[in-house]
Design a protein around this ligand. Structure first.
Ligand code: ZN
Length: 282
């Protein structure tokens, strides 16, 4: 979730005031080199173990949360640690300060530094709103910012980082072709992904199409816990459905009258972004 663009009302109830408990998710991935962790309803993260390095995909919302991950699944001291940030929303990378005193390599999008640089205000706000939950978060800048699809060669596994903007300008998805696995970040989410702004519909749709074209059998978004690749076509379809309804004259209120049961407040917020984007595009 992108708290930066949310109103205080939207923040209320969406950002828990204490760290959720982190657990291991044991279903959905058959290859033991990919480990999956869940922080309550807030976010998921992953560790991919290759012959050459441990790759962390997202560090959750606080250093303490990533410490829970590292307790459940210690990183191997004999190999380098690479941290990939899918995008610079708080719930995906504010845990990076866990690594502050260690040697690690942080890879994100070339657009991530611009987002991090403006985030101290958001961090202060979130800290106040949660009575200091984010007190040990320290913002930093990625060591490498990628601008194009990039392959990390772990020896036994090749891990592809794919720029997939739309939810945010700096979004990366992770694809492991050998395992037919995609970690979709927030590019895919049920019932529909959150758009960055009203100009992001085209890029989100293009990103969903890129991921869909990879023909993966396991697609895991950062929120929601599904592994079903149908999430990609479902997201494309709901965006088209919104487009069709708006074109036929339906308003945001008309569309909101048939809300889907999941995450009501957040759904309304995502729906509003999508409807505005469609209206501005036409
Ligand atoms: Zn998120």
């Amino acid at each position: 979730m992108n708290a930066q663009q949310s109103t205080p009302d939207q923040l209320e109830g969406l950002v828990p005031s204490s760290d959720p408990e982190v657990t291991v998710v044991r279903t959905g991935i058959t290859d033991s080199r990919v480990e999956w962790f869940r922080a309550g309803e807030e976010v998921d993260s992953f560790i991919i173990r290759t012959n050459r390095f441990d790759l962390v995909v997202d560090t959750m919302g606080t250093p303490e949360m990533f410490a829970q991950v590292a307790t459940l699944a210690p990183l191997r001291q004999s190999l380098p640690t690479i941290v990939v940030t899918t995008h610079a929303d708080y719930d995906h990378y504010w845990g990076n300060a866990y690594f502050a005193s260690t040697k690690y390599l942080w890879i994100a999008s070339e657009h991530t530094p611009a987002r991090v640089n403006g985030q101290q205000v958001e961090l202060n706000q979130m800290n106040r709103a949660t009575d200091g939950r984010f007190g040990s978060v320290v913002l930093g800048e990625p060591h490498i910012g990628i601008s194009t699809a990039t392959v990390l060669d772990g020896g036994d596994l090749q891990i592809h980082l794919l720029p997939t903007p739309g939810h945010t300008p700096d979004h990366l998805a992770v694809h492991i072709p050998q395992l037919r696995l995609i970690l979709a970040g927030d590019t895919a989410e049920r019932p529909l992904p959150e758009l960055w702004d009203s100009h992001s519909l085209r890029s989100l749709r293009a990103s969903l199409k890129i991921l869909h074209g990879l023909d993966a059998t396991v697609v895991i978004p950062s929120h929601g816990g599904t592994t079903d690749p149908a999430i990609l076509t479902d997201n494309l379809e709901i965006l088209s459905e919104i487009e069709t309804r708006v074109a036929s004259g339906e308003s945001l209120d008309d569309l909101a009258r048939h809300p889907l049961p999941q995450k009501q407040a957040f759904y309304s917020h995502c729906l509003q972004r999508a409807v505005t984007a469609v209206q501005e595009e036409s």
